[in-house]
Design a protein around this ligand. Structure first.
Ligand code: AP5
Length: 213
């Protein structure tokens, strides 16, 4: 299965994607995580991406597409993938179609996680990440266990003004993908993402039930 998780920053794509990857046995391809990893590793790509990420702007398409093309060629992605944070605009969506088409594959479904802006701004201020494992927590909704709590960090782009700008960029560039996928005939499932993490996961799994994995 090739599945796209679509939604505003903080809608829960990473959280749901990690649960789905485990459940479906296919990798999550998260371009934001890959960029942060490149930044931690001090690669030129990571350094170039940082200024866009800190400003809440999209990283140029050619950087992202090269990264995704390489990741899709890895053996664990042969049976499909869950795309989190990619594609981010119609150009990226068309390139993904071409990449998958070249492998005899296509997008099976899009899950659109719907969450309103004010909930998102509140969520982001409570997000914490474990720098050792990359696991994402929330101080209220999904608190880190005691042995991890001392080392969790807040993302640089989770400051309120940057989050609000990321929401604008999302509305301008990424939200039109819902209509794009409907137009090209890919099933788009809208899920209310403003519920408990487990409830959202149950609904997503129920919607995907019966699709080939
Ligand atoms: P990226 O890392 O992709 O960020 P994003 O899309 O803005 O999404 P987030 O990771 O912020 O949120 P999420 O939806 O995964 O939510 P999460 O599950 O963590 O991108 C960062 C930057 O990289 C971009 O701004 C851009 O510069 C660049 N970039 C990345 N991909 C790109 C691309 N393709 N093209 C160009 N540039 C690109 O949840 C958020 C918080 O809420 C967590 O604390 C979580 O625990 C909590 N939470 C989750 N679900 C629930 C729930 N149901 N109830 C309560 N709390 C919840």
């Amino acid at each position: 299965m090739n599945l796209i998780l679509l939604g505003a920053p903080g809608a829960g794509k990473g959280t749901q994607g990690a649960l789905l990857a485990e459940r479906l046995g296919i990798p999550k391809i998260a371009t934001g995580d890959m960029l942060r990893e490149a930044l931690r590793a001090g690669t030129p790509l990571g350094t170039e991406a940082k200024r866009y990420m800190d400003a809440g702007e999209l990283v140029p398409d050619q950087v992202i597409l090269g990264m995704v093309r390489e990741r899709l060629a890895e053996p664990d992605a042969a049976g499909g993938a869950i795309f989190d944070g990619f594609p981010r605009n119609v150009e990226q969506a068309k390139s993904l179609d071409d990449m998958l088409g070249g492998m005899g594959r296509g997008i099976d479904a899009v899950v659109y996680l719907d969450v309103d802006d004010e909930t998102i701004v509140r969520r982001m201020s409570g997000r914490r990440t474990d720098p050792e494992t990359g696991v994402v927590y929330h101080v209220e909704h999904n608190p880190p266990p005691a042995e991890v709590a001392g080392r969790v960090v807040q993302r640089d782009d989770d400051r309120e003004e940057t989050v609000r700008h990321r929401l604008e960029v999302y509305r301008r560039s990424t939200a039109p993908l819902v209509e794009h996928y409907r137009t090209v005939g890919v099933p788009v499932h809208t899920v209310d993402g403003d519920r408990a993490i487990e409830e959202v996961q149950r609904e997503v799994l129920a919607l995907l039930d019966g699709r080939p994995t």
